[in-house]
Design a binder for this molecule. Structure first.
Ligand code: ZN
Ligand code: ZN
Length: 145
C-alpha cells in the first residue's frame, strides 16, 4: 500500500474525528509508513530531525500518543517499538507475529483468540483493560535463509 494512500486515509479519519493531523504528526506517520517493521521512538526522532532539526523526544512522544489515540499505530510491547497499522479504519483485535531475523511484523486479526482470552480472564474475575498478544519467530521469507 502506498504511503500517499495511507496518508490520505489517515487525514480523512482525523477530519471525521475532528482531530488535527498537523505537519509533525503527518511526518511521523510517513516515517512509519515507509518502514515495515517496528520502530523505536528514538529511531523515529533521528529520522524526523533530518527535516525538523528542533524535534525533541517529547515531540515524538506526543506524535506517537496522537497516532495511537487515532488507532493508526500498534505498540510492540516486547521491543518497546511502534508500527503502523494498515487497517486503521476499524477497531480490531490484533495479534502480532514478529520476525526476529528481518524485523517484519505481521498482524493477525483473530476475534476468536481475542474473545477466548477475554472469556478465560473473566472466568477468573479479571478485568482486562489492555491486552497484547505477540509471537516471535521467523517469517516465511527468512525461513531457510
Ligand atoms: Zn492493526
Ligand atoms: Zn523475516
Amino acid at each position: 500500500m502506498s504511503t500517499e494512500s495511507l496518508v490520505s486515509r489517515a487525514r480523512a479519519i482525523c477530519e471525521q474525528n475532528g482531530a488535527r493531523f498537523t505537519a509533525i504528526r503527518e511526518k511521523v506517520f510517513r516515517l512509519m509508513a515507509e518502514n515495515q517493521g517496528g520502530q523505536g521512538a528514538y529511531d523515529l526522532l533521528e529520522q524526523l530531525k533530518q527535516t525538523e532539526p528542533a524535534a525533541k523526544p517529547a515531540t515524538i512522544y506526543r506524535a506517537l500518543e496522537f497516532l495511537t489515540e487515532q488507532g493508526f499505530i500498534h505498540k510492540i510491547e516486547s521491543s518497546n517499538a511502534f508500527m503502523l497499522c494498515h487497517h486503521f479504519e476499524k477497531h480490531h483485535p490484533a495479534q502480532l507475529l514478529i520476525c526476529d531475523a528481518c524485523g517484519n511484523v505481521t498482524e493477525l486479526h483473530s476475534t476468536a483468540l481475542h474473545t477466548e482470552f477475554s472469556k478465560q480472564a473473566a472466568a477468573l474475575g479479571f478485568h482486562i483493560h489492555h491486552q497484547t498478544i505477540e509471537a516471535r519467530g521467523k517469517c516465511r521469507n527468512c525461513i531457510g535463509n
